[in-house]
Design a protein around this ligand. Structure first.
Ligand code: S3P
Length: 196
């Protein structure tokens, strides 16, 4: 099996999509893109501001447009927002030329990892754990349906998750070949703005 054009990471807030995505991209010699960060760059505003001014609906429209734009990229690991699976029209955009990876994470881990976060508007309320639970009930079946690989992340270091993912995505390519590919790519200027 050869490497897919894109690896797309889906999963809830606090699943580690950005951390794992950045490390995985490095390992594969791919560029890392984070759809939320690019939306923020383009808007010149952060996600809480977009939710405040345009509502969640406005943010979702921007998210779909961004996923559409990024669906044409190659040699990319893409981290998506936790709600990217909510609009059916996003599904083909997520799947296009991609291996979709669901980073599956317990509610306890999600709560722990998002506890101090102020950048996620959906969790700025009295009961963030309750919100994470209801979102999980709705979204887990969608993540699972879309995923080519479901990877549990609880009690695993990001490094271990990345190692397991590389083996699942491309078990046949030995490490030295991945390294050579990586070195080759470092000489290629990508058109996209890489995050991180
Ligand atoms: C959201 C998740 C966030 C961000 C926005 C909405 C969601 O991304 O897109 O706050 O609906 O779950 P992360 O999953 O990267 O936190």
């Amino acid at each position: 099996m050869s490497l897919p054009e894109r690896v797309v990471l889906v999963g809830p807030m606090g699943a580690g999509k950005s951390t794992i995505g950045r490390m995985l991209a490095k390992e594969l010699g791919y560029r890392f893109l984070d759809s939320d960060r690019i939306i923020e760059e383009r808007c010149g505003a952060n996600i809480p501001w977009i939710f405040d001014v345009e509502g969640e609906g406005g943010f979702r429209l921007r998210e779909t447009a961004m996923l559409d734009e990024l669906s044409g990229t190659t040699a990319t690991v893409l981290a998506t927002g936790g709600g990217a699976v909510m609009r059916a029209e996003n599904h083909p955009l997520l799947k296009k030329n991609a291996v979709v990876v669901y980073l599956k994470t317990s509610i306890e881990q999600q709560v722990e990892r998002t506890r101090k976060d102020r950048n996620r508007p959906l969790l700025q309320n009295e009961d963030p754990e309750g919100v994470l639970r209801s979102l999980f009930a709705i979204r887990d079946p969608l993540y699972t349906k879309l995923a080519d690989i479901v990877m549990f992340t609880d009690r695993k270091s990001p490094r271990l998750v990345v190692r397991q993912l590389v083996n699942r995505i491309n078990p046949k390519t030995p490490r030295h070949k991945r390294q050579r590919r990586k070195e080759g790519r470092e000489h290629v200027q990508g058109p996209q703005r890489a995050e991180g």
